[in-house]
Design a binder for this molecule. Structure first.
Ligand SMILES: Nc1ncnc2c1ncn2[C@@H]1O[C@H](COP(=O)(O)OP(=O)(O)OP(=O)(O)O)[C@@H](O)[C@H]1O
Length: 289
């Protein structure tokens, strides 16, 4: 499976939702797609899932354009906040329906997950709570074992224990049946351990695509006496600052070389790693905030 996006833009009537987005996703791993509200995550995923066509640029999946391409659509599962208000069938009937058009669907696993999420089997899906409907989407996505599986903020309404089951199952099933999986989210601190790679969208532009470990290695917080911190970080890319009395803490982005770290420690500065949550918040912060 290879997804290649080259200078993809998407314009709605009077709004540019995606601007010049380029990336290659070529491995069977878990890609985390992060972005604030309105960053363009759903717009991008809709193009990948062939629901929408880009206005400019090219997007190919295994070398072909996905839009209205039945063969490519077979290879992709797009799970999103679906409206089940008209679904009069019960959960097992819905899953059997899905299994008909998903060649890799594992009904045994789906039934196991219905039990794990404690979904009622005796009432129509339209009467499920929001969190139960989201769990059904998770089950369809996991048991479908589709080569490209996309979960677009699929956890909406799920309580913390249910989300925890979702995350654990993603990891366990991905281990057994690797596929190219994309998880879009803004629950970054809760899900960061799932990601092999991170793509960060900001205002319709792709700010970065990095391996998770590489990205984390680029962030650091440097704390100490304000004037020493200022001097040490004056040529660095600063993404956030806090000051308390004479002590200052500066978050920097970019790779801090080993000798720079040693020099900082020698000056009495403290260097700490940043979390993905901190990088997400500060890299996407408005200038004026
Ligand atoms: N059909 C549409 N017509 C006009 N503008 C739209 C349409 N759909 C989305 N947009 C706009 O495009 C931008 C990106 O929206 P999108 O839903 O892709 O963001 P998102 O990152 O998924 O956001 P969220 O995290 O809030 O779900 C937003 O400003 C949104 O208002």
């Amino acid at each position: 499976m290879a997804i290649k996006a080259k200078n993809v833009s998407l314009h709605y009537r009077n709004h540019i939702a995606l601007h010049d987005v380029s990336f290659d996703l070529t491995e069977k791993k878990i890609y985390g797609l992060l972005g604030r509200n309105g960053a363009g995550k759903t717009s991008l995923l809709s193009i990948l899932a062939s629901f929408t066509e880009q206005s400019d640029g090219s997007l190919t999946i295994n070398g072909e354009a996905p839009f209205e391409n039945a063969e490519i659509m077979q290879q992709i599962a797009f799970l999103y906040d679906k409206d089940y208000s008209g679904e009069t069938d019960k959960v097992m009937a819905v899953l059997e329906d899905v299994a008909h058009y998903r060649p890799h669907f594992d009904m045994g696993y789906a039934e196991e997950l219905v039990g794990r999420f404690k979904l009622p089997t005796d009432k129509p899906v339209k009467n499920f709570s929001k969190g139960m409907q989201s769990a059904l989407n998770v089950i369809i996505g996991l048991a479908g074992r589709t080569p490209i599986t996309i979960f677009d903020e699929v956890y909406l309404g799920m309580d913390a224990p249910s989300r925890d089951i979702f995350y654990k199952e993603v990891l366990a099933d991905q281990q057994e049946h690797p596929r190219l999986m994309i998880l879009s989210t803004h629950l970054v601190s809760e899900m960061d351990y799932l990601f092999d790679d991170v793509l960060l969208l900001n205002k319709g532009r792709l700010l970065l695509h990095e391996e998770y470990d590489t990205l984390l290695a680029k962030g650091a917080s440097i704390t100490g006496s304000a004037d020493i911190v200022d001097d040490f970080t004056k040529n660095m890319d600063t993404i956030h600052e806090t000051k308390l009395g004479g002590t200052k803490s500066v978050m920097v982005y970019g790779t801090l070389r080993e000798e720079e770290k040693q020099a900082a420690i020698a000056k009495g500065l403290e260097i700490d790693p940043l979390s993905l949550h901190e990088l997400f918040v500060h890299l996407t912060e408005e200038e004026t905030e």
